[in-house]
Design a protein around this ligand. Structure first.
Ligand code: KIV
Ligand code: ZN
Length: 390
């Protein structure tokens, strides 16, 4: 028992199945979507954006089935700012234990120009569509697409309209990954200070990664008061992708001293989900990707290997087990030293004497010069050969 008060919660909204699936070539089958949704639900994601029901019959069917099967997560569907989209979305999500309608419109000058709406006309449309959504569902999210390039005064005006019309979550997307972390924080802070009723809703951040700042921008928004992060597994998403779920969640876990918030995520499920999303989307995870890349916990240089063998914290800020990886943090290559070789061989069942180890070390270095990475099988062969000839 501990008498520590629970930390305030940041909600995790996963959009792998909607924004993630919008990546060119990342289309998933119906069964794959169902499997990923079930894993996300099990992992403790608060909201799963399961798709865009009006986009196709396939999307509608997938969102409907995910909603029917949902256990813990809120199931959300996306809809544009029109009654037909919103009705279709509601039809798809209504059988979830906890349904949400997510409706959006582009509020920046560039986006207002597409439907050719004046500021007043767009404000009226936001009022009508959010009111309509709220008449169907108690849980309504409204997004100001391209919020980070929208005039501040206008953004305040439309956010206030959406709140008055019944939105329960207000999402502030950095649609084109344009913002800097300090701007991301200032924007949320400004909205919380200026918009009447802002304290009655949850502010959400939705960051794209065009300049590689999606994770930093999401965390900066939380620091300023956002209480929902929208993200995807492996950062899958349009163009350079979205904020990666594994990054924002692990950043808050590892640096809880900086952002003292809880998420409901069981982080030990991260690695499995990352692999499944990579397989079903066909998007390979880059080896040096933070948290889930193949090399994220591997050390090759002699100095690093020696350090982690003596005290793992010398070069690791989190444990592989925390993301569901069994601890295998030594990669054998030409930079590895004798201590790492001895430890590795011991792990593989070979307890060699000093002379034997020296011989194997010489042959290992020669092999490592020819190969990028020396695998366990290579080491077993070298050690077994040494033992046979001893
Ligand atoms: O990036 C974006 O603005 C979006 C919205 C639809 C929320 O994905
Ligand atoms: Zn997006």
């Amino acid at each position: 028992m501990t008498d520590t008060a629970p930390q305030p919660r940041v909600l995790i909204f996963d959009t792998t199945l909607r924004d993630g699936e919008q990546s060119p070539g990342a289309t998933m089958t119906h069964d794959e979507k169902l499997e990923i949704a079930s894993l996300l639900d099990e992992m403790g994601v608060d909201v799963i954006e399961a798709g865009f029901p009006i986009a196709s019959e396939g999307d509608f069917q997938a969102v409907s089935e995910i909603a029917r099967n949902s256990r813990n997560s809120t199931i959300c569907g996306l809809s544009r700012a029109n009654v037909k989209d919103i009705d279709r979305c509601w039809e798809a999500v209504r059988n979830a234990k906890s349904p949400r309608i997510h409706t959006f419109i582009g509020t920046s000058p560039l986006h207002r120009a597409i439907p050719n709406l004046s500021m007043d006309q767009m404000a009226e449309l936001i009022h009508e569509t959010v009111t309509h959504a709220r008449n169907l569902c108690d849980n309504v999210q409204w997004s100001a697409m391209d919020a980070t390039r929208t005039e501040y005064d206008y953004l305040c005006r439309v956010v206030e309209i959406a709140i008055k019309a019944g939105a329960t979550t207000i999402n502030i997307p950095d649609t084109v990954g344009y913002t800097y972390p300090f701007e991301s924080a200032n924007l949320i802070r400004m909205l919380l200070e200026r918009v009447p009723g802002a304290d009655s809703v949850i502010f959400s951040t939705h960051c794209h990664n065009d300049l590689g700042m999606a994770t930093a921008n999401s965390l900066a928004a939380v620091e300023a008061g956002a209480r929902q992060i929208e993200c995807t597994i492996n950062g899958l998403g349009e163009r350079a992708g979205n904020a990666a779920l594994e990054e924002v969640v692990m950043a808050m876990r590892v640096r809880n001293d900086i952002l003292p918030y809880e998420t409901g995520i069981d982080t030990t499920k991260i690695m499995h989900l990352s692999r499944r999303v990579s397989t079903v989307s066909g998007f390979v995870v880059q080896p040096n990707k933070a948290i889930v890349g193949k090399n994220a916990f591997l050390h090759e240089s002699g100095i690093h290997q020696d350090g982690v063998l003596k005290n793992v914290e010398t070069f690791e800020i989190m444990k592989p087990e925390h993301i569901g990886l069994t601890a295998k943090n030594i990669a054998m290559g030409k930079h590895s030293g004798r201590a790492a070789l001895r430890a590795k061989l011991k792990e593989l069942g070979f307890d060699l004497g000093q002379n034997q180890l020296n011989d194997v070390f010489v042959r290992f270095k020669a092999l490592a010069d020819r190969k990028k990475e020396v695998y366990d099988e290579d080491l077993i062969a070298l050690a077994a050969d040494q033992a046979a000839n001893a």
